[in-house]
Design a protein around this ligand. Sequence first.
Ligand code: EPZ
Length: 418
Amino acid sequence: MDKFIISGGHSLKGAVTAGGSKNAALPILLSALLTDEECIIGRVPLLRDIETTFKLLEYHGKKVSFSKGVARIAPHKKLVTEAPYDLVKQMRASVLVAGPLLARFHKASVPLPGGCAIGMRPIDIHITALARLGAKIDNANGNLLLSADKLRGARIRFPFPSVGATENLMMCAALVPGVTILENVAMEPEIDDLLDCLVKMGAEMSREKGGRIRINGVKKLRGVKHDVIADRVETGTYLLAGAATRGRVTVKKSCPEHLASLLEHLARAGVRVSYTADSITVDSSKVRPRSVSIHTEPHPGFPTDLQAPWMSLMCVSHGSGEVKEDIFENRFMHAPELARMGALIAVDGHTAAVEGVPSLSGAEVMASDIRGGAALVVAALAAKGETTVQRIYHIDRGYERMEKKLASLGAKIRRVKG
Ligand code: EPZ
């Protein structure tokens, strides 16, 4: 297993360019199952989860080619409606094939994705909502068996604004006769990007005020050419690395409005934040950041995917604060690893109390999930001495060429193939 060796204590300076959003690309690539025409998706990052998605599309019968960030998904064979367990277990977003396959073929068999390091990750909200459209759903041998004699539009209110459930229902309802109103939907920018792409494919769909999406099902969807939005979580991670190392970092081709909560919290921490329409700069070279508490919320609140890297910033900030994780039940696995580097963190259920220290010290640490692994890298860059971050395959799931981008900012980081 590959690992990173990082020699910390160097302030990051300079600019990097944001890649395309992993969490927008995944549903958008899978929406190709809704059409028999070619889909050309641009600004697709080269990540493990994206490669898994390509394998999933090919398994289902599509022909996929990928070069220089552009994925071409073309019709190839008759589509298969059973999803493979070995791919679903690698990437729980595979459950997003259910909506498209059910809409087109009135049947789908999808292995229950199982949990992951950050939580049980149930899909009850997806299931209840698909049933509202008329799907019959059984669970046999760990597989979700969906079938429907006929599907009709319905008014569906989500008990929680689940990102995945919103995406699954948007893709399904796009081809279901009648009007579907989704209420209490996720407001994340990745949802807007999927909606824009589906409308380009011919879907009749629009966001309405008050967290509602109105969908008028159509008979057929056509192919599409669409570039995904910038990855706001990758962008936020590099901004936090700049702030934690007392540096000055710009992320180009990013979208400031997608990171309003992070930028507001950074400003409250005393970090100088400036931005243009498509770039963001943070500068903590003059003043040590102050500790600012966060609690994670659905968008536009503070994003759960930046909770871990934010905690790393708090570990080296002046003062103490709290991190409250209100989205996932087990998203503090980076805390004990940060403590190995000298961080002062006390975890109590969904809350972590963090007291800033003058500096962290390098150590051997281990990543357990994508964003927790990124947090360990941020901490290692700020720490004095050398850190080894093990199991960086987690990080490779969500960050393209992280070591190259960080090295271009002056970080002393290298990948050791394991
Ligand atoms: C998406 O996951 C993202 N993944 C996650 O990013 C992100 O953390 C999450 O949204 C929240 O923003 C992708 O887009 C591929 P949810 P998703 O459904 O769709 C519970 C990363 O690091 N829930 O909004 O799974 C669930 O257990 C990843 O890039 C149910 O209880 O998120 C969780 O506690 C990690 N029942 C909460 O809701 C359901 O049916 C949020 O889940 C569905 C969800």
